[in-house]
Design a binder for this molecule. Structure first.
Ligand SMILES: [Zn+2]
Length: 338
């Protein structure tokens, strides 16, 4: 997999649909566009091929600053267009390849072509400093838009609060883009709700435009009521070899998850509230953020009824079975305590 490095964007980029992006860029592409101010802002889009809001957001930003043949940006920009092959197939990640958002410095998967590609990207973008790094994503379930930060400091809190009043603090999984910038510059993952969701796109465009103009991050600490920070306590995955489905679906499964489970996104799931039924003893695996199996301390199973032992906040719930298998059913959050 070769990195394609360019300093002019083809005109067609501003109009192209995500599934056609490979017609423009045959491989992952890093674009450098000079602007008035430096250091540059780094934005990555489509690290997950089917999460196309990032493309729409950057098209909108670039359209605002079109000038003659090129762009008159207030600040220089590095734009990384990630998994063009998965985008063509309408997939998050191709089968058998390393997820583009698990391949950044800190990843345990060191022997992978995607990791070498990302190392090349990091080499270019960090050579002369960065103003901030944003990684644009979508969710598959009913989530509001929100930011994810891996370090709680004033610039990151400012970034997060500008996007929404709730944000997530995360330390795992390792190899996520945003964590690679912990010691380099302010950084945030923008979860822009479902692909194409307008309110999320508009908010992200305003945030990026703001960063284009901003001279420096505010020195004044952010008032605490401006931002609710939650952190990941655990990841809830379906255990390997367990067949699963949803209550409103035909068929017999080892594990049946309540219909419309995604209504619990970013709201409390109370201790004792049954959210699944199981015919096997250990249908789920729950892992703490450092990877420890904490299934038995988090879940209670009584006569096949599955519930939480303590009240937690599910987030990033997906109902897409392929993604549940590849990734997880959801994260379980609690208020960030620092
Ligand atoms: Zn994503």
């Amino acid at each position: 997999m070769r990195l394609h490095l360019i300093d002019t964007l083809p005109e067609r980029f501003l109009e192209i649909e995500h599934q056609d992006i490979k017609e423009l860029f045959d491989s992952p592409t890093l674009v450098r566009i000079e602007g008035e101010k430096n250091p540059p802002l780094f934005v990555s889009i489509m690290l997950h091929g089917n999460e196309y809001s990032g493309l729409l957001i950057m098209q909108e930003i670039l359209r605002r600053y079109r000038s003659g043949e090129g762009f008159a940006l207030p600040r220089s920009l590095w734009l990384f267009i990630g998994n063009v092959n998965a985008a063509k197939e309408g997939l998050r990640t191709l089968d058998g390849e390393l997820d583009f958002n698990r391949a950044w410095p800190g990843t345990p998967h060191t022997d992978s072509p995607t990791v070498r590609l990302v190392e090349e990207v990091m080499g270019h973008i960090t050579a002369k400093g960065l103003f901030a790094a944003l990684d644009l994503h979508n969710n598959t379930g009913k989530n509001p838009h929100y930011g994810c930060i891996s370090v709680v400091n004033e610039p990151n809190k400012y970034l997060a609060s500008y996007f929404n009043h709730i944000a997530m603090v995360f330390k795992t999984p390792k190899g996520v883009s945003t964590m690679a910038f912990d010691d380099i510059c302010p950084a945030m993952t923008l979860e822009c709700s479902t692909p194409g969701n307008r309110p999320a796109i508009e908010r992200a465009v305003e945030l990026i435009d703001d960063l284009m103009h901003l001279d420096h991050f505010p020195h004044k600490p952010l008032p605490s009521h401006d931002l609710q920070l939650v952190e990941n306590r655990a990841t809830l995955t379906v255990a390997e070899g367990v067949s699963f489905g949803f209550e409103d679906e035909e068929g017999e499964f080892d594990l049946t998850i309540t219909a419309g489970f995604d209504r619990h996104n970013f709201s409390e799931l109370m201790a004792g509230e049954v959210f699944a039924r199981t015919a096997v003893p250990r249908p789920f695996t729950v892992r703490s953020s450092d990877g420890e199996d904490i299934t038995d301390s988090v879940l209670s199973i009584t006569d096949g009824a599955v519930s939480l032992r303590t009240t937690l906040i599910p987030a990033m719930i997906t109902l897409d079975k392929r993604i549940i298998r590849q990734d997880c059913l959801c994260y379980l959050m609690e208020d960030y305590r620092g």
